[in-house]
Each structure stands twice: as structure tokens, then as C-alpha cells.
Design a protein around this ligand. Structure first.
Ligand code: FES
Ligand code: FES
Length: 406
């Protein structure tokens, strides 16, 4: 924690307090109710849902994060107490494609079952090995007892920690995924809670600026479609934002703003999860010679989901006189939509771009933007098709396993 003497400041109940933190290497300023604890601020405001909440009484240790280099229970600290502090969460420890040695060891030793305690276990074991690299393996059960595993999978966890301690006698490597990046959560600092969860259909506040996403995306999508329309006709659709948006299933353009920025909304539905995003998009590059467009977008819904996307579209002439349309996108998801999982989010987006390409082709051919309903399957149908993709993948994996065994 910062060594600066605390400044007494009276905050009226209901007012928001401003808190500045460095979280996983990114400086952020939040406006939160004074009674918000650090774990809620991380999860709700910044979308860092890797910090789990179990008891919220300081007993289970699931919420363990590093505050100024020491393990701390994020449910027992008010966010305002952490003003000026450096916080590292499990997301800062390592990335999916570049894991910290502790994460690798947990995986190698099957140190998780449901995984609910895993973020706390990882941050607690990091703290232990960072401060006491020569800890005796025999002492690990007691030294790691600050985090409870409700699946009781302690053997694998302790074996993983013992392994990393043996491999790094001079101290465990520092957190590997700390760098300035965009963090998105509910964002506005407004009061959070169940009421917001119950009203997802009310559009969230539109963010004031478009932030370029950074860090590892939740999913990446690459879709190549061949259209019958000639290149220049397709390009005329792509460079005309109202017509381009009309080609996106479920999307609606509400306002054109200065600086090639656009305000709009979009709906996504998957089973009982229905999300209505209000957001902002900006064209960052538009190259008429190369028929290329890059746009970034961000949106949030009142149920706690947030998305960002960095989308590149490129049209090329096909050998038969048609057009090859390539779309690739990095998607950043947090909140409830992140529960869709990487593969499902990728499938939904892939279907969306496929339908987008069909609608672009139609618009290029007829000169008229299709209505949202005519642009292809509804978001619900997209989700169903994506779920079918996921089911097909599972079936194929099961078949491959059976074939290997027989
Ligand atoms: S949630 Fe913080 S200790 Fe249990
Ligand atoms: S793996 Fe389930 S709580 Fe520990």
C-alpha cells in the first residue's frame, strides 16, 4: 500500500469516490461508491472477473490479489483504501498463450477441478514463493492454507507449488502479463447490483470515447467470403457507414458523430442470456486504393457485459470478376458475455460476418441496404447456429477419441 499519509475526506452516502490505481500495469481511475470493495471494483468496473468471490468475509481466500506486492483479500479492502496502489490480479500473472510457471504447473499437476479457487491459489502461491523462495515443501500445506478449495483438490495444488519452488530457487518469475491495456467493465462507475442484472434490455450509457483494444483478445475471427458483385460495387457499400451497419445483423446506427465516429446499438441472444449493447465505433483507416477499412468499436450493456472489437475488412477482386471479402477481428469480452467462452463467441461472430458478407453482396447488387430483418438470420438464429457449430465440434472430438481408443 502507498506510504503517503491517508487524506481524510468525507464522502456523503450515495456519492461516488474517485480512486486511481495501477491494475496489471494499467493506470485507471474509477468512480465508485465508497463502500465498494476492491474485488467488486476489479470485477464490475474493470471486467477483471478472474478475481473470484466466495465468502466475502475474508475466510476462503478466493479473492486474493497482490496489492503493492503483497497478497491481500480483495473482499476485505475498500477500493478507496487502495488509492495509489499497484494491484495485480490473476489476469496479470500470465496470458492464455503465455502462462506463468505457476499456471503451467497447476495445469501439469491437475491442480484444479472446478477452478473456482484457482485464481486465489495462484496469487497466494505467487506471494509465498516471491517472499519465501526456499519454503520447505513439507510446510506447504500450512503455508497454503489461507485459500480453501471446496473441491478439496489440495494434492495437485501443493505438488504444483512445490515443483515451481524447486525450479526457481532464487524466486518465482514476476507477473508476466502486466502492461498498459484497455480495461472494460460496466465502466461508468454507476451503482452496480442485481437491479442492473434484471434490466439488460435498457441500453447502457454510451462511452464518451472509443478506446483501441489492447492485450490478448478473448477470441479472434477470420472469415473469407466470395461475393458475386464486382469489387467497386462492394467497396461503395463498405465505405458508406450507414449501409455498412445496415448489413450487420442486429446492428442499428443511431447517430453520426464528428471524427468518423458512430453511435449505435446491437443485440445478441444466446439461450436465456439476452444482451442489448449501446456503443460507439470509429473508422481508424479507410484506404480506397487498397479497398481496406479498419474500425474499432466498444459497447456495454446494463447487465455487466462489455465488448470491444478491432475489425479489419478488405475487399479484393476475385478471378471470376466477383469479390473476395476478408474480415478479421479481435474480440475482447467481459462480464456475462465472456461466459459464452472463447469458442462460442468466435462461432457467433463468424456467423455474423458470414451473414454480413451476404448482406453486403445484396446491397452491392441492388443498391439498397437490406432492412435489419432482411439482413439475414436474427441474432437468436445466429446464436443457435453457433451453438450447432459448437455441438458439431464436440461430436467430432468425441468421435476422434472413440476412433483412437478402438
Ligand atoms: S471472498 Fe474474500 S476471502 Fe472469501
Ligand atoms: S478446484 Fe474447485 S474450489 Fe478448488
Amino acid at each position: 500500500m502507498t506510504s503517503t499519509p491517508p487524506v481524510r475526506e468525507k464522502i456523503v452516502a450515495g456519492d461516488l469516490a474517485e480512486v486511481s490505481l495501477t491494475v496489471n500495469g494499467t493506470e485507471v481511475t474509477l468512480r465508485v461508491p465508497a463502500r465498494t470493495h476492491l474485488a467488486d471494483a476489479l470485477r464490475e468496473q474493470l471486467g477483471l472477473t478472474g478475481t473470484h468471490l466466495g465468502c466475502e468475509h475474508g475466510v476462503c481466500g478466493m479473492c486474493t490479489v497482490l496489492v503493492d506486492g503483497d497478497a491481500a483479500r480483495a473482499c476485505l479492502l475498500f477500493a478507496v483504501q487502495c488509492d495509489g496502489a499497484e494491484v495485480v490480479t490473476v489476469e496479470g500473472l500470465g496470458a492464455a498463450d503465455d502462462q506463468h510457471p505457476l499456471q503451467q504447473a497447476f495445469s501439469a499437476h491437475h491442480g484444479l477441478q472446478c477452478g473456482f479457487c484457482t485464481p486465489g491459489m495462484l496469487m497466494s502461491s505467487y506471494d509465498l514463493l516471491a517472499h519465501e523462495p526456499d519454503v520447505d515443501a513439507a510446510d506447504l500445506p500450512e503455508r497454503m492454507s489461507g485459500v480453501l478449495c471446496r473441491c478439496t483438490g489440495y494434492r495437485g495444488i501443493l505438488a504444483a507449488v512445490a515443483d515451481v519452488a524447486a525450479e526457481h530457487p532464487d524466486g518465482v518469475p514476476a507477473p508476466m502479463n502486466c502492461a498498459a491495456r484497455t480495461l472494460v467493465g460496466r465502466g461508468s462507475g454507476s451503482t452496480t447490483g442485481p437491479a442492473a442484472e434484471e434490466a439488460p434490455e435498457t441500453p447502457a450509457e454510451v462511452p464518451a470515447e472509443v478506446r483501441v483494444p489492447t492485450g490478448s483478445p478473448s477470441a479472434t475471427v477470420e472469415v473469407t467470403s466470395t461475393l458475386g458483385s464486382p469489387l467497386e460495387d462492394v467497396w461503395r457499400v463498405l465505405e458508406d457507414v450507414p449501409r455498412l451497419v445496415a448489413c450487420l445483423p442486429g446492428a442499428e446506427l443511431l447517430e453520426t458523430l464528428p471524427g468518423d465516429r458512430y453511435r449505435g446499438r446491437a443485440g445478441v441472444s444466446l439461450g436465456p442470456v439476452k444482451l442489448s449493447f449501446a456503443g460507439l465505433a470509429q473508422i481508424l483507416e479507410r484506404d480506397a486504393g487498397d479497398h481496406r477499412i479498419r474500425l474499432v468499436g466498444q459497447g456495454a450493456d446494463t447487465g455487466g457485459s462489455a465488448t470491444q472489437a478491432d475489425i479489419r475488412l478488405r475487399a479484393e477482386e476475385a478471378p471470376d470478376g466477383g469479390t473476395v471479402l476478408r474480415a478479421d477481428a479481435d474480440l475482447f469480452l467481459s462480464g456475462r458475455i465472456a461466459q459464452f467462452g472463447r469458442a462460442l463467441a468466435g462461432d457467433v461472430s463468424r456467423r455474423l460476418f458470414e451473414q454480413f458478407a451476404v448482406a453486403v453482396d445484396e446491397t452491392a447488387r441492388t443498391g439498397t441496404a437490406p432492412t435489419v430483418a432482411a439482413a439475414g438470420p436474427s441474432p437468436v438464429r445466429l446464436a443457435v447456429l453457433a451453438a450447432a457449430d459448437a455441438f458439431r465440434r464436440t461430436l467430432m472430438r468425441a468421435r476422434a477419441r472413440l476412433t483412437r481408443r478402438s
